[in-house]
Design a protein around this ligand. Sequence first.
Ligand code: SF4
Length: 355
Amino acid sequence: MNDKDTYRMHTKVIQIGDRKIGGGNPIAIQSMTNTKTEDVKATVEQILRLERAGCEIIRCTVPTLEAAAAIREIKKQIHIPLVADIHFDYRMALAAIENGADKIRINPGNIGNPERVKAVVDAAKERNIPIRVGVNSGSLEKPLVEKYGGVTAEGIVESALDKVHMIEDLGYDNLVISIKSSDVLMCVKAHELLAGRTVYPLHVGITESGTVNSGNIKSAIGLSLILSQGIGDTIRVSLTGDPVEEIKSAKLILRTLGLRKGGIEVVSCPTCGRTQINLIDLATKVEKMVEDYPLDIKVAVMGCVVNGPGEAKEADLGVAGGIGEGLLIKHGEIVKKLPEDQLLPALKEELDHWS
Ligand code: SF4
């Protein structure tokens, strides 16, 4: 699909704080804090760590009025837009908006009667902040489950569009939609169906995808299948773990799909019987080290001098292990032979020089 023909080029542009999504804007990376929002200090600390990792929009749960009030304080100390996540109680949405949330995420289906939904929409309208309409397969309404003979992609899409129409009927169209399912292929199908039926930007993620290992795999598969079809304007990788890991994974997914530039890509060989150095340890350390450099290059970490230099040829910088020593390779050329323990410092020196 030609870039200008993708769905994401034609979605409505929505402003969240100082960030725009939709209409071909870069796909924004989001995460969610797992601190108590009421604990301003812990929440701000976590958001600042997430900002440093590359988080562009942050969401915090707002289960209490105290949490809603904390938003005002948190916002003073962070630098990215803050989304208030609301479940069930419309008063929390009103309080979050009152306290300066840049966007709210609600499922109008669990907010209660239409007057309550209208009160939330009116408050958002007054401040012109977007509403993300979120629907999860786990909370699909019974009539839709019956209509489609179970929880299906069609049912999720119909549920989401019903909610969107409910808000449009109240005279508001500053909206983002998210539809989520932990069933990866159902989630992909639902996005394919929805993309053709709405102009609103889509927040894409695989929900309850699991711990860092399984969650990364499920998210990478699901997000790749969706994003590579030109669908999706903002993403969250959901992981049971430190949210900073979500940001690292999101960046890697976008980079791998060619949807984002920047950052150092580390390629390393899988190791084999020829591996001559402690490559797993070295590659892990290199991967950690490169996080701090604002370079857009490829670094190769290879285990032997037989295939290493050849395989590192396509990288800008690389190391290949020998017996107790290794080679430093630049643009495919061997430039130095070094003792094993000097490989990491030598790479660091090069990166310092390049940045
Ligand atoms: S680069 Fe060398 S050590 Fe690594 S997998 Fe290839 S042959 Fe094995």
